[in-house]
Design a protein around this ligand. Structure first.
Ligand SMILES: CC(C)(COP(=O)(O)OP(=O)(O)OC[C@H]1O[C@@H](n2cnc3c(N)ncnc32)[C@H](O)[C@@H]1OP(=O)(O)O)[C@@H](O)C(=O)NCCC(=O)NCCS
Length: 176
């Protein structure tokens, strides 16, 4: 069982060390970097916790995601999209990290997490526009997961497959 709401990661309430999504890079990020990145103002991490406290009285993390503002150059976009855009950096939202604890894989939490992140970023977009949501996929499995929800391949970026979902498509999901 997991909580009903995503909340900002809080070290006094969340046990970070027990988190294991199967990707050590993501585990390490949550355990050692997410809070520091929030404090320095470069990303925000939201978590969905379990409901039963661990022996240290903190709640386990069932799933999390981290988001940050970023920019891409228009040359990385498909030509038909690029030609409508200016030559200076194009603002985007980076879905920098997203992971589900291994214990909960295959129960719909990845989808819940992604939809929450998309809705959150759609709300941010009402105040400060971005062109698209971008993810850098660690594995082929992650790529397949995001493809399911409409993300398309953009380019290779630092050895990862970079995928994107235009903001107007996110809008179609949430606007009535
Ligand atoms: C990728 C990940 C987030 C999926 O989480 P999950 O909770 O197991 O996924 P869900 O149960 O919500 O599945 C949602 C849908 O995606 C599909 N899916 C899940 N993992 C998939 C995969 N590896 N490949 C293709 N489809 C996948 C499911 O079949 C499901 O589709 P359905 O609704 O049609 O049945 C999880 O496996 C994970 O944390 N992996 C390690 C970290 C990672 O790779 N994160 C990605 C960012 S780089």
């Amino acid at each position: 069982m997991w909580a009903t709401e995503f909340v900002e990661l809080d070290k006094s309430h969340h046990n970070r060390t027990s988190f294991d999504c199967g990707e050590s890079e993501l585990n390490t990020f949550l355990q050692t970097q997410a809070l520091r990145h929030m404090q320095t103002g470069i990303s925000r991490t939201m978590v969905l916790s379990g409901i039963h406290p661990l022996p240290d009285q903190k709640l386990p993390v069932c799933a999390f995601y981290s988001i940050a503002p970023s920019a891409i150059s228009r040359e990385t976009l498909p030509k038909n999209l690029a030609k409508k855009l200016p030559r200076y950096p194009i603002p985007i939202f980076l879905l920098a990290q997203l992971g589900v604890h291994r214990e909960y894989h295959g129960q719909g939490l990845g989808k819940i997490c992604l939809i929450h992140a998309l809705r959150y970023l759609w709300q941010v977009n009402a105040h400060m526009r971005a062109y698209a949501i971008v993810v850098d996929c660690l594995t082929k499995a992650a790529e397949n997961f995001y493809r399911k929800y409409g993300f398309e391949i953009l380019c290779e970026h630092n050895g990862r497959t970079r995928m994107f979902l235009p903001m107007r498509m996110v809008g179609e999901l949430f606007d009535e």
